[in-house]
Design a protein around this ligand. Structure first.
Ligand code: NAD
Ligand code: TDX
Length: 336
């Protein structure tokens, strides 16, 4: 039986991938997650106990990581590494945990897969490439130079470089994917889309940084999961794949869509203090993934995916509501 170790598997995207594995494969899944404020162990509830095991622990704990990676003895066993501090705004307030988890955590994992000869897939972000002008005809490709802007994206870039060095210097069998902005169920309400949905659902107003002209390239988390599985199955060891679904939207477009879907006036939002160093635009060219590995996204209609996401937050109030006041107080303290 194939065994997959998923670090950060209780988070937004990692838990989506765990569901993907349960539904589409016979693999046994071990989740390693520290259960930080960002984790949603509820997202793993109801999964078959003989298929999914949750180990609560830190990816920087070399002894624990060595033990879990050492148990992966089959030829198709693998580690998929999602665990990270993931929010740019938090990295501006307190960068330390980003260096620790994202860089040191990846180092610890790399040493374990090197010692035990285990295949690794490393999950990264398009933010390592910095940003694009709004009218730049080029999008990010596997050949774009690294130019990270924030402590978060710099820590992810650092992790990517470690993975590449371990491939080249030590022959570690690893692949990397850099994905665009994800949306969907179980995303923490600190992030843009769920923050605005839950602002509206609690009778408040969406908060748009700066002038709202910034563009993000949205992909449904389920499409990210299918892409990662495709790379794990058919990806070339040592290669990097960019994951994106041609979903560019300005923040203003997204906020107005959320308001419309909730039956509110589409101008019923506030402009607030901009993010320091705010990247203007991300855009992914996923040609390599599509042509070499034959991957295609299932969610092609952003409005439809967003509508389903709004409904999901309506139906899961008891999950997000306890965190709402504290998240908003943190933003208010920054004028956001
Ligand atoms: P998230 O914050 O929702 O989840 C991160 C998970 O990692 C949480 O469950 C948390 O408890 C766990 N974790 C944090 N520190 C840990 C540690 N030291 N040891 C063990 N577990 C730890 O993040 P997400 O949005 O699901 O992102 C997952 C991965 O995908 C990250 O690597 C992120 O950089 C990458 N990514 C995210 C996006 C996006 O749009 N959210 C896009 C591209 C790439
Ligand atoms: O209240 C807000 N208002 C606002 O205008 C928030 C929280 C954000 N924004 C803007 C900032 C960005 O332009 O919305 C955009 C999206 O913001 P985030 O959800 O914080 O995402 P971003 O900074 O783009 O990073 C995300 O995508 C890449 C994830 O959080 C990262 O983990 C991933 O690597």
């Amino acid at each position: 039986m194939q065994r997959i170790l998923v670090t950060g598997g209780a988070g937004f995207i990692g838990s989506n991938f765990v569901h993907y594995l349960v539904e589409h494969t016979d693999a046994h899944v071990t989740v390693l997650d520290r259960l930080t404020y960002a984790a949603s162990p509820e997202a793993l509830e109801g999964l078959p106990a003989d298929r999914v095991e949750l180990v609560v622990g830190d990816v920087t704990d070399a002894a624990l990581v060595g033990e879990l990676v050492g148990a992966l003895t089959g030829p198709d066993d693998a580690v998929v590494h999602y665990a990270a501090e993931s929010h740019n705004d938090n990295s501006l307030r307190d960068p330390g945990p980003f260096v620790q988890t994202n860089i040191v955590g990846t180092f610890v994992l790399l040493e374990a897969v090197r010692a035990h000869g285990v295949r690794l897939h490393h999950i990264s972000t398009d933010e390592v490439y910095g940003d694009l002008e709004l009218d730049d005809p080029e999008r990010f490709t596997e050949h774009t130079a690294y130019r990270p802007s924030s402590p978060y994206s710099a820590s992810k870039a650092g992790a990517d470089h470690l993975v590449r060095a371990w491939v080249r210097s030590f022959g570690v069998r690893a692949t990397i994917s850099n994905c665009s902005n994800n949306y969907g169920p179980w995303q923490h309400i600190e992030k843009f889309i769920p923050r605005q949905i839950t602002n509206v659902l609690t009778g408040g107003r969406p908060k748009v940084y700066g002038a709202g002209a910034n563009v993000r390239d949205w992909i449904h988390a389920a499409d990210h999961s299918s892409a990662v599985w495709t790379i794990l199955q058919r990806g070339q060891v040592g290669a990097t794949y960019l994951i994106g679904a041609d979903g560019e939207k300005s923040n203003l477009e997204v906020v107005r869509a959320v308001l419309r879907l909730c039956g509110r006036d589409s101008e019923d939002f506030d402009f607030v203090t901009d993010r320091a160093g705010h990247d203007l635009r991300y855009a992914i060219d996923a040609t390599r993934l599509r042509t070499e590995l034959g991957w295609e996204p299932a969610y092609r209609d952003f409005e439809a995916g967003l509508a389903a996401t709004v409904d999901w937050y309506r139906e899961h109030r008891s999950w997000w509501e306890p965190a709402k006041d504290e998240v908003e107080a943190g933003y208010a303290a920054q004028g956001q």
